[in-house]
Design a protein around this ligand. Structure first.
Ligand SMILES: Nc1nc2c(c(=O)[nH]1)N[C@H]1C(S)=C(S)[C@@H](COP(=O)(O)OP(=O)(O)OC[C@H]3O[C@@H](n4cnc5c(=O)[nH]c(N)nc54)[C@H](O)[C@@H]3O)O[C@H]1N2
Ligand SMILES: Nc1nc2c(c(=O)[nH]1)N[C@H]1C(S)=C(S)[C@@H](COP(=O)(O)OP(=O)(O)OC[C@H]3O[C@@H](n4cnc5c(=O)[nH]c(N)nc54)[C@H](O)[C@@H]3O)O[C@H]1N2
Ligand code: SF4
Ligand SMILES: [Mo]
Length: 701
């Protein structure tokens, strides 16, 4: 019997509505849904590969308890009841013997259970929640929060009857990756086609750069200098939207003074762009309206990530592109639905359940005022050194820190020192191999959800379609454990389904009725600030932020040079002459995922290092050769991919590589893991970000 069910894909940050095809109850295919208003039938290779993930022979199907030594890969199957009882007992013991702060929690990128993890940790009483938020999206979100109250998004759907006439792709490769931050790559491609002008800011000639009007091939890590020079140019050339600036912003006069030194000539020395190219691109941006800036993850990974984001917000504002049709808009969520995205509803995070006394026990002592979680390098070091204290238990939900975080040898040491580790995942990853208890998680085909991590103009329905083994939705697991630990106040819902019905209550629909409908859409309104102002202390868009100032953070954007660079450390640059940028996202894989999925791995079998042909020739390297990439911290092997779309002294390395086909427990995680090349460094003083997009290295055969 053939059956088709509408759902929403979750192989990345969930943007595409899809059709799930079943034969006699077994999922056989996932295709794009041509009737979807969010994605218009778009689907990428990862989405299609959902079936392979679902039925993968290596998937974890039951809770496993370690029986051998840690990392020996000897496990015993136990029941969910045993697993949760054990967790409840161990966590209770930690809480009673040492205090709740001796339990830590770690989540990777945004996932369907986003919000529930922090809520669990804070309700339990621990501030020690860590992750990757300081280098992913949160710097942009926090900058937006302080500047105008909400994160602006390119108006690519043209709800107001206008599409962006000028699009800037700034450190974002969304048409290649498929989606990022709740934006659909397919829909973005359409918007690019409709745009009159396209500007690309990227050290690599990504595909949209080929037909762009301006491609600014800046030196990696110098985005803030470029943004400041663009602000300088807009002001110097009289391209400011005076009406908007006068009526709806504060701090413009101080900005004018502040950016005076940041001329295109100044920025040229830093970014290595020509001053006239900066001026030309700025003129195009400021005179083609409406214009929008699609910013990406490159903005989040420097020594001034919040500052860069602030500069880009100010650039949008002074050109009058905020919340106008076809510009950078503040989307309106559908009515009646409880926003479960913590970007819209911070209460979901559960921080209100953490007392100030417990909050003060965070392992990093809030050294970086705007690090949205406990600073991960500081977190791992605190375990290794036992300073200020060593946590005892850690629950890792959906993360592979040995691959995705810096200084993984320190992380490995830390994991070996912990008393009790639980990992929830789909597979026995190199990280899960070091656990005491492994919990099998449900994929998106096995969950039900009201989907709204980023897509605030709509929420999507995701019905549960099937289930393999005893996998469980992570949120069911958190709920049940929370109840066993007496945390009903934070988790009043009896089941995940009850939570969903609660979230939909205001719409008058149950979850089942919502699934019939598939999507709920907000009614878009533009220029909302004219009546409502902005959600900031002054009610205006804060070019100058006194709130940041009161936190000791620069109230106007400033540029900081990467910690290792030809300018900052010329001595090191003589030994390590190439600039290394890492982690441009791979179309076929989501971070460390997918390496065991055959159709994806066939398309992309090896870790790649993009390098200019002249540089390669001078090093005796040919296309496809295995090469060493080395920094003062360490070296790893990658396959050279020759490309003249990158500057001769810049190389770009993929991240998060491991080799499931290599035996357990390591699965080759030390072979090509680019994060082995990053140790302690000078972090962004505001957010604690590592400078993953601009380091120094050498390359040899
Ligand atoms: N050098 C360098 N490092 C980087 C980056 C970079 O650009 N350069 N990018 C960074 C960025 S932006 C991010 S977001 C991080 C990502 O970091 P992570 O989130 O740690 O990376 P993933 O590999 O996506 O996820 C890890 C695990 O989650 C499991 N998983 C997936 N979905 C679920 C689920 O629903 N439930 C459970 N329980 N498990 C699940 C997967 O099987 C996988 O093993 O990496 C960062 N690391
Ligand atoms: N297929 C796939 N899709 C994904 C993910 C994935 O792993 N795979 N991960 C998801 C996640 S968690 C995230 S955060 C997003 C990220 O996705 P994006 O926001 O698109 O960011 P990246 O792909 O990390 O980098 C984008 C571009 O930045 C360029 N770049 C490198 N260094 C610099 C620099 O210093 N300045 C500038 N301006 N550009 C630079 C790179 O060449 C690259 O083309 O993607 C999401 N979508
Ligand atoms: S872009 Fe993301 S949501 Fe869309 S089909 Fe691909 S994996 Fe699924
Ligand atoms: Mo990310």
């Amino acid at each position: 019997m053939h059956e088709v069910v509408r759902s929403a894909c979750r192989m990345c940050h969930g943007v595409c509505q899809v059709l799930v095809h079943l034969e006699n109850g077994r999922v056989v295919r996932v295709t794009g849904d041509p009737e979807s208003p969010t994605s218009h039938g778009y689907i990428c290779e990862k989405g299609k590969a959902s079936v392979e993930l679902l039925y993968h022979p290596d998937r974890l199907l039951y809770p496993l308890k370690r029986v051998g030594e840690r990392g020996e890969n000897r496990w015993r199957r136990i029941s969910w009841d045993q697993a949760l009882e054990e967790m409840a007992q161990r966590l209770t013991a930690v809480r009673e013997e040492s205090g709740p702060e001796y339990f830590g929690m770690l989540q990777g990128t945004g996932r369907p259970y986003h919000g529930y993890t922090t809520r669990f940790a804070f309700a339990f009483g621990t501030p020690n929640f860590t992750g990757v938020a300081h280098i992913c999206y949160l710097p942009r979100w926090l900058a937006s929060l302080f500047t105008l109250g909400q994160l602006p998004v390119c108006d690519i759907y043209g709800f107001g009857g206008e599409y962006p006439a000028c699009i800037v792709l700034w450190g974002c490769n969304i048409t290649h990756t498929g989606a990022s931050d709740g934006m659909c790559g397919g829909m973005f491609q359409r918007a690019l086609h409709k745009a009159k002008k396209v500007i690309v800011v990227d050290p690599r000639r990504i595909r949209p750069a080929k037909r762009a009007d301006h491609w600014l091939q800046l030196r990696p890590g110098t985005d803030c200098a470029l943004a400041l020079a663009m602000i300088n140019t807009v002001i110097a050339e009289g391209l400011v939207d005076r009406d908007f600036v006068d009526r709806y912003t504060i701090g413009f006069e101080r900005l004018v003074e502040h950016v005076k030194p940041f001329t295109p000539e100044w920025a040229a020395g830093i970014t290595r762009l020509r001053p006239e190219d900066i001026r030309d691109a700025t003129r195009t941006y400021a005179t083609t309206s409406p214009a929008c800036i699609q910013w990406g993850n490159a903005v989040d990974m420097s020594r001034c990530n919040l500052q860069t984001a602030r500069a880009l917000l100010i650039l949008r504002a002074i050109t009058g592109n905020i919340d106008r049709p076809g510009g950078d808009v503040l989307w309106v969520p559908p009515e009646g639905v409880v926003q479960r995205s913590s970007f819209m509803n911070i209460e979901i995070n559960g921080l209100q359940f953490l007392s100030p006394e417990q909050a003060a026990k965070a392992l990093d002592g809030k050294r970086y005022p705007l690090c949205p979680c406990v600073h991960p390098p500081t977190f791992w070091r605190s375990i290794v050194e036992g300073e200020p204290y060593r946590i005892r238990a850690l629950w890792i939900m959906g993360s592979n820190p040995l691959l995705t975080m810096t200084n993984p040898l320190q992380t490995e040491r830390a994991l070996r020192l912990l008393e009790y580790i639980v990992v929830s995942d789909f597979f026995l990853t190199p990280t899960a191999q070091l656990a005491d208890l492994v919990l099998p998680a449900a994929t998106w085909l096995e969950q039900e959800d009201v989907v709204n991590l980023h897509k605030i103009w709509c929420v999507l329905a995701r019905p549960k379609i099937t289930q393999v083994g005893e996998v469980r939705d992570d949120r069911e697991v958190i709920l049940e454990l929370a109840h066993r630990l007496g945390l009903e106040k934070a988790f009043p819902w009896k089941s995940w389904r009850e939570h969903l019905d609660w979230a939909l209550e205001g719409t008058g629909m149950t979850f089942d009725q919502f699934c019939e409908k598939g999507i709920l859409v907000g009614k878009m309104r533009y220029y909302k600030y004219q009546e409502e102002g902005f959600s900031t202390p002054s009610g205006k868009l804060e070019i100058y932020s006194s709130v940041l100032e009161s936190m000791g953070v620069s109230p106007l954007p400033v540029y900081r040079e990467p910690p290792l660079s030809p300018i900052a450390t010329p001595g090191i640059a003589r030994e390590f002459p190439l600039i290394l940028t890492t982690g441009a996202k791979i179309r076929e894989f989501f971070h460390s995922e997918g390496r065991q999925i055959a159709s994806l791995r066939r398309r992309h079998p090896d870790p790649r290092l993009e390098i200019h042909p002249e540089t390669a020739a001078s090093l005796g390297i040919e296309d496809g050769d295995w090469v060493w990439v080395e920094t003062p911290q360490g070296r790893v092997r990658m396959r050279a991919l020759l490309s003249d779309g990158i500057a001769p002294d810049v190389v770009s390395a993929e991240h998060a590589w491991w080799f499931p086909e290599d035996g357990p427990p390591e699965h080759g995680w030390k072979r090509s893991n680019i994060n082995l090349l990053f140790g302690d460094m000078e972090y962004d003083p505001d957010t604690g970000s590592e400078c993953l997009r601009s380091f120094l290295c050498r390359v040899y055969k």
